[in-house]
Design a protein. Structure first.
Length: 255
């Protein structure tokens, strides 16, 4: 096998994209209904809580490698002082925890709380144990819109979740993340971000159409949108991290 195939398509690899063929099949079933979706404003396949949980339990395995690489880049941008301040981490809609595992590796004393659906948290436990950090993870199970995050966190991670929440709920999620953070706390946002005119790049714009097809209110949002939401939520510093390990720039915001 090529090095890429051995890394992502071999079952023995830590970065195996498990279930990617099932996920691709599920996604393609909605696209033929694009015209009807545009006319009606409704996603191709309405989903309930149970079906959402089943879908995400499959999805989080196959997207783990992409997110894991991006998280490693985010960790590398933090200086020693910033790392030393991170004692408690909240990983919202954690999935297989690709965004928080690199932080747990780099900051040995940090404890992580994950929020996700009950069908997904067993996958979280599987992956955190595989990477040797499971003993420092706690979980809050349920709908992220209803769960009380609590407070006292030094880092909150929103890894590829805002696009599925939509404009209003995504903005509120950022506000809730801000409320959960300590002073000088950091928010990490990973998303596909189009330019401010929403004319490109191609990948984020196609992903926005995919959200239209499959999720009520789902969309991609511009850096202008994020800066406005973050400023309103009380963040003082906002910066982009460009990394070849992620399909779009990451956002780091500090209170």
């Amino acid at each position: 096998m090529t090095p890429e195939a051995a890394t992502y398509l071999a079952r023995g690899s830590d970065l195996y994209m498990e279930g990617v063929e099932r996920f691709a099949t599920m996604q393609m079933m909605g696209w033929p209904q694009l015209a009807q979706v545009v006319r009606s404003g409704q996603p191709a396949v309405p989903t309930d809580q149970e079906s959402r949980g089943t879908f995400f339990a499959t999805l989080v395995r196959c997207i783990f490698p992409m997110s894991f690489g991006g998280a490693m880049s985010a960790v590398a941008t933090l200086n020693a002082g910033a790392r030393a301040r991170i004692k408690r981490i909240l990983d919202v809609a954690a999935g297989a925890a690709p965004w928080s595992i690199p932080f747990a590796h780099a900051i040995r004393g940090a404890r992580v709380t994950v929020v996700d659906l009950p069908q997904v948290t067993p996958v979280t436990r599987e992956y955190t144990e595989r990477f040797g950090v499971g003993d420092r993870y706690d979980s809050l199970e349920g709908d992220l819109r209803e769960i009380d995050f609590g407070g006292g966190y030094d880092l909150v991670i929103l890894g590829h979740i805002i696009h599925g929440e939509g404009r209003d709920a995504g903005r509120k999620l950022i506000e809730r993340a801000a409320a959960a953070l300590n002073d000088r706390g950091i928010l990490l946002i990973a998303e596909l971000i189009p330019n401010d005119d929403r004319t490109g790049p191609e990948h984020p714009m196609l992903f926005g159409i995919n959200m239209l097809v499959h999720v009520q209110g789902g969309d991609v949002f511009t850096m202008k949108d994020y800066r406005e939401w973050l400023k309103t939520a009380g963040f003082k510093q906002v910066k982009k991290i460009r990394t070849p390990m992620a399909p779009s720039p990451l956002i780091l915001a500090q209170k």
